[in-house]
Write a protein that binds this ligand. Structure first.
Ligand code: PAF
Length: 281
């Protein structure tokens, strides 16, 4: 496994593989790797010849300085995990390598970056688009693998790829969950043992809501999910939306044509956890 810190070096190594007609798979991460990330690596290894993983905590996507400061950083452990999965290349650039000068680009993805995470974390998706477009230009992957836990992020990145005509296929991969159902997240490590026990109510409620959806209308179900989670004093729902799975427009009824996804963000103390569940699929 080669660990590379510079874009020029990365480009020349990947370029050599490309000359040998190898396909390039890419898994962008911010480190603090868990089984969810490693499942993306497995999808990449199954579907492409060479797998590149990036580790970079991108400052431009954090709208909260404390969140950036507290984001877990575990580079040595991450490299061990990636080596055990026989990843070919790890790209771990510095901030000055990625942003030699401030990135002033402003993206507009219509409704996709305005709702849910976009509304609650102003500038977040602009920062994601800035860094992912830079990473795509550094790696030039054939396929890039993203976790469906960040459902809205996947929608935004697909739209960015369409807007910029980038020659990369975006491959969404299933959410990986802990044994009790909690969606895996780097932020789970920030939970106290007590908070961790309470956090399971998020996925439990989402799973139950699939059953409730058989008898409740959209409005009733939204209210039920929020109330069921908020009754736990350790948890506070920031938003729960049921949206169309392509344009993320808020659903009014189950009979609308597109499939529906319930997207939630819950604050557990200072830690924001997100999750989602598909309904009529
Ligand atoms: O999902 C993440 O970890 C980040 O948003 C990403 C895609 C690596 C960009 O920094």
């Amino acid at each position: 496994m080669q660990v590379i810190n510079y874009i020029s070096e990365l480009k020349s190594i990947v370029g050599e593989y490309r000359k040998q007609n190898k396909t390039i798979g890419f898994v962008p991460t911010m480190g603090a790797l868990h089984e969810g990330h490693l499942s993306l690596v497995s999808f990449s290894k199954e579907n492409t010849d060479i797998t590149v993983v990036s580790i970079f905590v991108n400052p431009t996507q954090f709208n909260d300085k404390n969140d950036l400061k507290n984001y877990p950083r575990t580079l040595d452990a991450d490299l061990e995990k990636l080596a055990s999965k026989a990843v070919d290349i790890v790209f771990a650039p510095s901030e000055s390598e990625m942003y030699p000068e401030p990135d002033t680009r402003i993206f507009d993805f219509g409704n996709l970056d305005k709702v849910m995470e976009g509304a609650h974390r102003p500038g977040h998706f602009n920062g994601v688009a800035q860094v992912v477009s830079k990473l795509f230009s550094a790696v030039e992957p054939d396929k890039a693998f993203f976790g469906d836990k960040d459902f809205q992020q996947v929608a935004v990145i697909k739209q960015m790829v369409r807007q910029l005509n980038l020659p990369v296929a975006i491959v969404p991969c299933p959410i990986v969950r802990e044994a009790d159902g909690l969606a895996m997240s780097s932020r789970n490590t920030l939970l106290s043992p007590v908070q961790r026990q309470h956090a399971v109510l998020i996925s439990k409620t989402l799973f139950e809501s699939r059953e409730m959806a058989k008898t409740m209308d959209v409005k009733e179900l939204k209210a039920w999910v929020v109330a069921n989670i908020n009754k736990d004093p350790e948890l506070e729902v920031e938003y729960f939306e049921i949206v169309d799975d392509t344009d993320l427009i808020s659903a009014k009824s189950w009979s609308e044509p597109n499939k529906k996804v319930g997207c939630i963000t819950v604050k557990v103390g200072n830690v924001r956890l997100i999750d989602n569940i598909r309904y009529n699929s």
